[in-house]
Design a binder for this molecule. Structure first.
Ligand code: HEC
Length: 253
């Protein structure tokens, strides 16, 4: 009996100690309606293109999307000429040349998007020890990825009274532990959208999530189409089998 009491006491104590940690749990990201959800889901091209602008103008200074080449951008509706022009805006490290030196040249469509840092150590050194993860697969790497990344980008606020944040940390309700080493990346009107869309924080967050989810799942639309065709095929097959069965067994009573 006393053993049981001790156990109970221990559990209560553990719960009390654990309480502050529980209090700093991340909020559950709200489920949003994305055009890519559901079996007919597709990527909204305009949002994905604006999302690329957000990525390039804001996130790319700290995060790479290492699996993406400029020519891939035609899949979200950029023309080949536009993809070529976007590539040419980037400076790519190439080489070595005949003198054995690396050199910079304008990008070509076949180049991958440039990485912000030469290596992880450089990335950490520039971010107070924290590593900005590569964003190629981030919407797949986190639970409810698109909703989570949207929530993360829109959940910055002042820390609650009485909470002191370590240097270099920012309060964010959507991040586990509520303190993140990424300063709020988006501010109202930060990105100039060429299609005239108003660049609110919510709009930029939504657009960049569409872009990142496309980067993580470029085959989503093809997969959805195939899934739908497979369902149609199976339906047709079922009807056919039913007729065959009627034909063969219909007069057996
Ligand atoms: C000034 C550099 C900087 C910029 C700009 C920046 N980030 Fe980050 N980001 C970071 C750092 C550092 C971390 C790691 C934070 C940590 O572990 O506390 C991070 C983490 C993240 C994470 C991962 C969170 C997790 O669950 O681990 C996501 C997603 C993210 N950033 C998205 C973005 C997007 C999208 C943009 C552009 C709108 C952006 N970031 C702009 C520095 C940056």
């Amino acid at each position: 009996m006393s053993k049981l009491l001790r156990l109970l006491g221990g559990a209560t104590l553990a719960a009390m100690i654990a309480w502050p940690v529980v209090a700093a749990e991340a909020i559950k990201p709200a489920a949003r309606e994305w055009s890519f959800n559901g079996i007919f889901g597709t990527f909204d091209r305009a949002k994905a293109q604006r999302g690329y602008a957000v990525y390039k103008q804001v996130c790319a200074s700290c995060h790479g999307v290492k699996y993406l080449a400029f020519r891939n951008l035609t899949a979200i509706g950029f023309t080949e000429a536009e993809a070529k022009a976007l590539a040419a805006e980037a400076q790519i490290t190439d080489g070595p040349n005949e003198e054995g030196e690396m050199f910079q040249r304008p990008g070509r469509p076949s180049d991958r998007l440039p990485m912000p840092y030469a290596n992880d150590a450089a990335a950490r050194a520039a971010n107070g020890g924290a590593l900005p993860p590569d964003l190629s697969l981030i919407t797949k790497a986190r639970e409810h990825g698109p909703d989570y990344v949207y929530a993360l980008l829109t959940s910055y606020s002042d820390a609650p009274r009485g909470m002191t944040l370590p240097a270099g940390m920012t309060y964010n309700k959507a991040f586990a532990g509520n303190q993140i080493a990424m300063p709020a990346p988006l501010t109202e009107g930060q990105v100039e959208y060429i299609d005239g869309t108003k660049a609110t924080v919510a709009q930029m967050a939504e657009d960049v999530v569409v872009f990142l989810h496309w980067a993580a799942e470029p085959n989503l639309e093809a997969r959805h189409r195939l899934g739908f065709q497979a369902v149609l095929f199976l339906l047709a097959l079922t009807v056919l089998f039913w007729f065959v069965k009627q034909r063969v067994w219909g007069d057996q009573h």
